[in-house]
Design a protein around this ligand. Structure first.
Ligand SMILES: CC(C)(COP(=O)(O)OP(=O)(O)OC[C@H]1O[C@@H](n2cnc3c(N)ncnc32)[C@H](O)[C@@H]1OP(=O)(O)O)[C@@H](O)C(=O)NCCC(=O)NCCS
Length: 171
């Protein structure tokens, strides 16, 4: 499906309070028939409930790799995130990017998920771009690819880093 993008993100929005709510930053609209072509709207830091977040994680399959059965832990993940970029289609949450950032050096994108029914339309790529734009040009965007998405990140232009190390979580 072919989309035309209408881009209304501004520098003022980037400099606004990081947790400002319901900032619509971009929309993607089908060119011809608006009744049958979905319009995707992107928002930053629109509050999500834990159940909203769990829903889109499950609909994307990323729920297999996140603690979706622990609502309190999911809520804590939302409460302490710095950037939440979401994609919506007629009120349905169809994509999410959750990131932690200092807005001046680094941005860790922890969770990227697109509802399976809306994948392969450029939504994931747009969520990553908007996350990095909101974090700011001085930041490096860093993430760990889930096994299913290892081949994805090079396709959207990200560089593989050979010197990444982790301590695994114990719970
Ligand atoms: C990975 C994911 C976020 C991609 O979202 P998306 O909206 O479908 O991706 P896009 O439409 O932006 O895809 C851009 C390109 O990458 C390709 N691509 C999409 N998913 C891919 C994947 N899993 N592996 C390899 N390439 C992929 C697309 O085909 C497209 O290429 P094209 O130019 O040939 O069309 C989505 O598939 C998803 O939520 N997967 C399950 C959860 C997951 O693994 N998340 C990542 C956690 S690190």
């Amino acid at each position: 499906m072919k989309f035309v993008q209408k881009y209304v993100f501004s520098e003022k929005m980037r400099l606004a309070q990081p947790r400002a709510h319901r900032v619509t930053v971009c929309s993607v609209r089908g060119p011809a028939n608006r009744d049958t072509t979905p319009m995707i709207t992107y928002e930053t830091n629109r509050p999500l409930t834990a159940l909203d977040f769990i829903g889109v994680l499950n609909r994307s399959t990323l729920g297999e790799r996140r603690p979706v059965h622990d609502v309190t832990r999911i809520q804590t993940m939302l409460d302490h995130a710095d950037l939440l970029v979401t994609a919506w289609c007629h009120g349905l949450l169809v994509g999410v990017s959750r990131a932690l950032t200092d807005y001046s050096f680094c941005c860790y994108l922890s969770d990227l998920a697109v509802d399976e029914g809306y994948q392969h339309r450029g939504i994931g790529k747009r969520l990553v771009e908007l996350t990095h734009e909101m974090a700011g040009p001085q930041t490096t965007l860093i993430l760990l690819a889930a096994p299913k998405a290892v081949g994805y990140y090079p396709k959207i232009g990200m560089q593989r880093h050979e010197a990444c190390y982790t301590f695994d979580r114990t719970e």
